[in-house]
Structures are given as structure tokens and as C-alpha cells.
Design a protein around this ligand. Sequence first.
Ligand code: HEC
Ligand code: HEC
Length: 205
Amino acid sequence: MESGMRVRTLVAAVALTTSMLTGYAASQTSANKLASPESFGAIGDADARSAAIFTELGKVLTHPRCVNCHPAGDRPHQANEGRLHQPPVERGADGRGLPAMRCSVCHQNANFDPGRVPGHPEWHLAPREMAWEGKTIGEICVQIKDPARNGGRRPEDLIHHIGEDTLVGWAWAPGYGRAPAPGTQKEAGALVEAWVKSGAICPVN
Ligand code: HEC
Ligand code: HEC
């Protein structure tokens, strides 16, 4: 009797886990994962498919790991909630800080986890015209395609920049206490490539 109950409990537990796993695989839209380009194959209209792929990439672009360095103002933002940088620092003329307070004083070549300071040899703020803070994914898309606001890049250059640049890559290994950007850098690069090859269509919003 007692063992019969134990078996029933076990069966119920297995059934629950299985249904949770199936639900997980089916949704693919959980915030910290990226759907593959192939999973958009069911969208028949080519433009709609391209725009949907960009919307998926938007999960990365609007993540605090990216937006903290692509702010609208002159100060970087910090942490998962994207609060203003403490101590107050400003971009300065070259994005690397004011002469008296350079980013590299604190941000070294690599993360320094004991002090919770992120690091990379090229640590600096994205220029003002590349600000993503407060913009919709559709607006970011138009901007990211505009050579006047994207550092003169062609859409195909973005495949390499997002998929392989090591400063962008920091967002997936951000160090202690910070949530990494969704998916992997490789998966993000694959989405950019699929978006470019399908005509680089922007979502409406
Ligand atoms: C006086 C030291 C200091 C200076 C100078 C400094 N930072 Fe920071 N920065 C920090 C510390 C410490 C953290 C981590 C704070 C935390 O996560 O709680 C940080 C975090 C950040 C983050 C947040 C990363 C994330 O996603 O959580 C960004 C972005 C950033 N700094 C950019 C800059 C830029 C750009 C400059 C130069 C314009 C700069 N910092 C200058 C100390 C500094
Ligand atoms: C430490 C700061 C920092 C972080 C973190 C960061 N960026 Fe940037 N980003 C920059 C700087 C600086 C530039 C300008 C460099 C250039 O044009 O070569 C830039 C430029 C870009 C560009 C090209 C210009 C544009 O807006 O079209 C893209 C795309 C980009 N970043 C994507 C990302 C993505 C995606 C993430 C997060 C996964 C990210 N960045 C995180 C600093 C950062």
C-alpha cells in the first residue's frame, strides 16, 4: 500500500516534469534563450519572416548588457536594472571618459570579479548616435542599418560585429552578479546573418 502510493507519486512527478519540458521546448521564446533562424521557417511571407528574426535579435539589443553601453545621455548605465553609473562618469570626447576620469582607471583588460568591475581592453561608451536606450526594436533596426548612425557599416558587416566582436562578446560573459545577454553570441550572429540574407527588413515597432 505504502509503496503503491510512492509509485503513484513518482508517476505524477514524472508526468509533470515531462509536460514542463515539452512546454519549454515549444515556446522557445523564454527571455534568456534565442530561437534559431530555422524556427521562423513557418512564416511564409519573406518580409514578415525577416522582421520577425530581427524582433528575436531585439531581445539581445534591448538587454541591459548592451543598453548600459548604448545610453541616450552622456553617462553609462550599470547593473541589471540599468541605473546611472556610480561614480558619475561621462563619455568625454572619445567615449573613454573625461581626461581626469578615464574608463580604464577602473575598467581593466578583463573582468575583476573581487571588485565586481567589468573589463575589456576596448572598454568605452558607444557614440551618441548609436544610442538604443528608450527606443523600440523597430527604431533600433532602422538606426542600425543607417551608415550615418552605425559607424559606416553595411548590414553584412553587422554579422561579424555582433557575432564575433569581443567587446560585444563581453555581454555573454559579464562577470559576477550580472545576467548574461540571451542565448549565445554565435546564436545572435546566426540571427543577424539570417536577417541580412532575408533582406534586412525592419519590424514596425
Ligand atoms: C572610478 C571607477 C570607474 C570609472 C572611472 C568607470 N567605471 Fe564603469 N564601473 C565601475 C564599477 C565599479 C562598475 C560595476 C558596478 C556594479 O556592477 O555594481 C562599473 C560598471 C560599468 C558598466 C556596467 C556594466 C553592466 O552592464 O552592468 C558600464 C557600462 C560601465 N561601467 C561603463 C563605463 C564607462 C564607459 C566608463 C568611462 C566613460 C566607466 N565605466 C568609468 C567603475 C568605474
Ligand atoms: C563596454 C561597452 C559596450 C558594450 C557592453 C556593448 N557595446 Fe556595442 N558598441 C560600443 C562601442 C564603443 C561602439 C562603437 C564602436 C565602433 O563603431 O567600432 C559600439 C558599436 C556597436 C554596434 C555598431 C553600431 C550600431 O549601433 O549599429 C553594434 C551593432 C553593437 N555595438 C552591438 C552591441 C551589442 C549587440 C551589444 C550587447 C550584446 C553591445 N554592443 C554591447 C560599446 C559597447
